[in-house]
Design a protein around this ligand. Structure first.
Ligand SMILES: [Zn+2]
Length: 729
């Protein structure tokens, strides 16, 4: 029974045009007669002439004793596949596998079955809704073709794998079944996270599947022939392809994914060369797999080849990373230029931008996390700097992200449960594990400061754990979450952060403090952020430039790692860190006017390591290979900004007068350091307790007034200050 069953002439007109009848007929339904409006004939399941098909597509086998199957037009194929799949022994597929020279497992994984009635091998493909919509089938013969079931709708091979794919992992869209499976074999050899799928033809794509291609780079792997080139242009929308057709469907995939790569088979490949040919010629080794991956390029094969920097060509991989896309050189100047559409690039903004980039860039380094506050007045200034990081991740902009950002994760608000979720859900919705080796970009940390203390302390506890790389939370419902995750943070915050340090994460953050009080008068910033004027296209372009900058520079930085600083650098960093720690630990006056006092001066090493990592990042922002003198002023500035507060103002006031020997009284310090008199006394007393200030001598005593004492910073602090600021003189 291997021949197609012809349809008799006596069929009613509806049956002659019915896709349902075609489908049944393809798999063994032979019309035998008519009862009422139904056509009855051979049941493909039990081979008895007991199946009745109605015009609506409803079918039922009345041989109740054994079969009794029934269904509608869209369930027949699935039912039939399930039956045959159950009956198919892996060995039944051996001949097919040998013919394609592909391993048996890949046929089993894709659901191939053998149909003894028609002597065909077949595999189900699915609609975007997950229904079996076609049984692609083939009969063994040289040059045999794979056919669709007549009357069925085209579906996707690899549906289950595609929907289970993690964001950011690539999809290989292949021309046909064999290429799909050959690619699957190669990817598995590498432990590659990508999946291969096929619509059963070159240039085939259905918009209904678009959502499954979002967040994924797409690798188009069609044959080396005219049909393949056309398919690449149609689905990939290659701009430089000379014969681009004018069909409206061109560039379909770009509606969903902005990262598209084209298979560029070697130019001397035989006509029609494909992935299955490739595995036949090259085998299925990791080496072959890497060679295969290296053929995927950002340009159409018939497009004039751009000069590709070999270092940035999509590299062969052998691990869980996807092949890095070729990254053209984007330098800091390009980023600054793109930002200048959104803000007047004042020196303040320039330095803040450089620190932000350095923080994001160094997230993947094994070292002390860099956590950086951008401290400034409420309003747009800081936000505008963080804006480009909101594209492609997080909630700010979920309509146009093409994949998970490998460098940063943007959040505009935060709860303890967003960080670590107690819901036993799959996938785990918790943020912490997603942040590993990335940079958390927070629009406004002030909101956390303003939270109720319970929530806030929970967040602090999670962050403290994360700083050390381990987070563990136990929930009331018995769920325990444990993560190893280490990440950098850059967060906008108002000056309020300076007054809240108690039992917080404050000492883990460095600060970049905007000195420019007119931050929000930057007209461009205001325009860019007002919802009236937001130019989505410009914002996207900015995000793309930033992303390009990171794509180019981060791999280079990570390759190089972070060498230890030399002795001179270490001294410098330690001095700055110790001075900062001295000043930020001494006094902590909260806004109720109470003084929170922590007499333990933290040893500066943690801060020194953070500063060095920032410095290393800054050197790569500048495109250099080593830290340079030119970046030190910014590093020092961050160290001093980190120490921001009244004690800093006091020491600074002394420093400006070159540390006069005699010292100053409370009143004088209050005036010089611009600290309210009422507060100044406490500040000075606490600085004295910590050992930052010493009482030099008793001042002249007013006849009627209280004793006057004079204070000055201890010699050690004076020396530290002078060493740290030496170059400024
Ligand atoms: Zn039956």
């Amino acid at each position: 029974m291997s021949k197609r069953i012809p349809l008799p002439d006596w069929l009613p007109q509806w049956a002659k045009e019915s896709p349902h009848l075609f489908k049944l007929n393809w798999w063994g339904f032979e019309p035998k007669g008519i009862t009422g409006d139904d056509v009855y004939g051979t049941c493909p399941f039990c081979q008895e002439d007991t199946l009745a098909l109605a015009r609506t597509g409803q079918w039922i086998c009345s041989r109740a004793k054994h079969c009794g199957r029934k269904g509608n037009g869209s369930t027949f194929l699935e039912e039939y596949w399930r039956l045959r799949k159950e009956e198919t022994h892996p060995n039944d597929l051996r001949e097919l596998a040998d013919w394609r020279e592909l391993p048996l497992w890949v046929f089993m994984k894709n659901g191939w079955a053998y149909d003894p009635t028609t002597d065909r091998y077949f595999v189900p493909t699915h609609s975007a809704g997950g229904k079996v919509t076609d049984l692609r089938n083939v009969r063994l013969a040289p040059k045999a073709k794979v056919f669709s079931t007549k009357g069925s709708d085209e579906g996707l091979l690899g549906y289950r794998q595609l929907v289970a794919l993690e964001n950011g992992d690539p999809v290989f869209l292949m021309g046909g079944e064999w290429d799909k499976m050959a690619t699957q074999v190669l990817l598995r050899k590498l432990g590659h996270p990508g999946v291969a799928v096929s619509f059963g033809g070159e240039g085939h794509f259905q918009n209904a599947f678009g959502k499954y291609f979002e967040h994924h780079p797409v690798y188009l792997g069609y044959d080396h022939d005219e049909a393949g080139f056309k398919g690449l242009a149609r689905v990939g929308g290659a701009k430089g392809y000379p014969k681009k057709s004018s069909r409206r469907a061109d560039g379909l995939i770009r509606l969903y994914s902005r990262k598209v790569f084209y298979c560029n088979w070697p130019e001397d490949s035989p006509e029609g060369y494909d992935a299955n040919d490739f595995t036949r010629d090259n085998g299925k080794t990791a080496k072959a797999a890497n060679l295969f991956l290296s053929y995927f390029q950002p340009n159409h094969p018939l497009e004039k080849k751009p000069d590709v920097d070999p270092a940035s060509a999509p590299a062969a991989v052998n691990g869980k990373h996807d092949p890095p896309p070729p990254a053209p050189k984007v330098g800091y100047e390009d980023v600054e230029k793109a930002f200048s559409d959104f803000m007047e690039m004042t020196p303040e903004y320039r330095d803040a931008l450089r620190c932000t980039l350095a923080t994001v860039m160094t997230s993947g380094l094994e070292a002390e996390p860099v956590w950086l506050y951008l401290v400034g007045p409420p309003g747009g200034g800081k936000t505008a700097l963080l804006l480009p990081f909101s594209q492609g991740t997080g909630e700010e902009d979920d309509d146009q992200d093409d994949e998970d950002d490998p460098y940063s994760y943007f959040v505009s608000n935060m709860t303890p449960h967003a960080l670590v979720s107690g819901f036993m859900r799959n996938p785990d919705p918790s943020l912490v594990p997603k942040l590993n080796r990335k940079c958390l970009v927070m629009k406004d940390f002030t909101e956390i400061l303003d939270m109720n203390p319970n929530q806030r302390d929970e967040i602090y506890a999670i962050l403290r754990g994360a700083f050390d790389g381990r987070v563990e939370r136990i929930f009331g419902n018995g769920v325990t979450r444990r993560y190893k995750s280490k990440f950098n943070i850059v967060a906008g915050v108002t000056a309020k952060v300076n007054s809240i340090n108690k039992s917080s994460v404050g000492e883990r953050f460095m600060k970049f403090k905007f000195r420019d009080n007119n931050l929000n008068s930057n007209a461009k910033v205001r325009a860019a952020l007002s919802s009236m004027n937001r130019d989505k296209e410009k914002e996207r372009r900015l995000a793309e430039v930033v992303r390009g900058f990171l794509d180019y520079n981060v791999p280079r930085l990570l390759d190089r790692g972070m060498p230890d600083p030399d002795d001179a650098m270490t001294d410098r960093l330690m001095n700055a860190a110790n001075l900062a720690e001295f000043m930020r630990t001494s006094v902590d006056a909260n806004f109720q006017g109470e003084v929170n006092f922590n007499p333990e001066v933290a040893i500066g090493t943690r801060l020194a390591r953070q500063l060095y990592k920032l410095w290393w990042g800054l050197s790569h922002v500048d495109g250099g290979r080593e830290v340079a003198e030119s970046q030190w002023p910014i590093v020092r500035r961050v160290a001093m900004d980190t120490a921001t507060g009244y004690p800093f103002q006091v020491v600074q006031a002394f420093a400006e007068l070159e540390f006069p020997r005699s010292g100053f009284s409370f009143e004088e310090i209050s005036a010089l350091a611009n600290i309210p008199k009422s507060t100044c006394r406490r500040v000075v007393e606490n600085m004295e307790t910590v050992g930052l200030l010493q009482r030099t001598k008793e001042g002249e005593q007013d006849r009627r007034g209280p004793r006057r004492y004079l204070f000055s910073p201890i010699k050690h602090v004076q020396n530290l200050w002078n060493q740290v600021h030496e170059e400024e003189r």
